[in-house]
Design a protein around this ligand. Structure first.
Ligand SMILES: Cc1cc2nc3c(=O)[nH]c(=O)nc-3n(C[C@H](O)[C@H](O)[C@H](O)COP(=O)(O)OP(=O)(O)OC[C@H]3O[C@@H](n4cnc5c(N)ncnc54)[C@H](O)[C@@H]3O)c2cc1C
Length: 257
């Protein structure tokens, strides 16, 4: 679309982290395992320490449920990607750097990346519902087989090119497609449930959460405050059956796309 850009998410996240300056400190590989009230604020415990804060922004998407928030309101859906090994650029005509997102979100996202040792193609496709927020090797393997099939169908000139990386990631969806946003406890603000469109949605929710805590009134804070709450999901196994059937039907409808 005119005026839009394709973002390489790993580069974006790394550059964002590198741009932080003191007094901001970033702790990686440091999960918050619990938090408890301390005076008028909160004490967040991590495996090797703790951080005290008057306020917290909960931006951990579906994992907010692990702290007891939005139970029975988040649909944990995974999507998957595979990336090829580098190939000689002449084997595929056209520009060397591009991306295509599908018209149907259940279709396939493609990305060609230009590199020094050759180009790579990324294929993103397949959705699964995993309420326990975990996926096994078998699921990843089956998603990979779908990618291989789609890759072979689209790029016959690259026959023989193997996938070097495969991965999947969790996304939190809500039944009524709204974010889970707002104060869930005094001093704890949630900005979760990306609904699969995190690059835009979750970023905007994070901005709105930061502005809310800073006491700034903006268009974003007004939009997010006005969002209805996530609707309660039907009890299990109804949600399981419904979610799997819906995903299967929509994937079938997306067809070859
Ligand atoms: C393969 C794939 C392709 C995708 N393609 C697109 C795309 O093309 N466009 C798009 O818009 N979206 C895409 N998405 C969706 C997008 O990645 C998500 O919507 C987005 O990442 C959500 O952002 P977020 O910051 O809200 O949550 P997340 O990115 O899920 O981040 C949550 C963070 O919380 C951390 N966390 C969880 N629990 C704890 C804890 N206890 N303590 C500390 N940290 C914790 C996690 O480690 C994680 O870093 C894709 C997703 C996948 C998996």
């Amino acid at each position: 679309m005119p005026g839009t850009v394709i973002v390489q998410p790993a580069a974006y996240v790394r550059a964002l982290a590198d741009s932080l300056t003191p007094p901001v400190r970033l702790f990686e590989k440091t999960p918050a395992v619990s938090f408890e009230r301390k005076g008028t604020g909160w004490l967040v415990r991590t495996p090797k320490g703790s951080v005290g804060s008057p306020r917290i922004i909960l931006a951990n998407n579906g994992y907010a449920e692990r702290f007891g928030f939005f139970r029975g309101r988040l649909l944990h859906v995974y999507t998957y990607a595979s990336m090829t090994e580098p190939f000689a650029p002449f084997r595929l005509g056209g520009q060397r750097s591009w991306a295509a997102t599908p018209a149907s979100p259940m279709g396939t996202t493609l990305r060609r990346v230009e590199g020094r040792d050759g180009d790579r193609l990324l294929v993103r496709s397949r959705y699964t519902y995993n309420p326990a927020l975990q996926v096994g090797e078998g699921t990843l393997r089956r998603a990979g087989a779908v990618h291989d099939r789609k890759f072979a169908h689209r790029f016959p000139s690259l026959a023989g090119t193997r996938m070097q990386y495969r991965w999947g990631g969790a996304m939190a969806l809500t039944w009524n497609s709204v974010p889970a946003f707002g104060e869930v406890e005094p001093g704890i603000l949630a900005a979760v449930a990306c609904n699969g469109l995190g690059a835009s949605n979750a970023t905007a929710a994070g901005l709105a959460a930061a502005e809310t805590l800073a006491g700034v009134e903006s268009e974003l804070t007004r939009i997010y405050r006005a969002c209805p709450s996530p609707q309660a999901l039907p009890p299990q196994p109804l949600t399981l059956i419904g979610a799997r059937a819906t995903l299967a039907f929509r994937e079938w409808k997306a067809g070859v796309e």
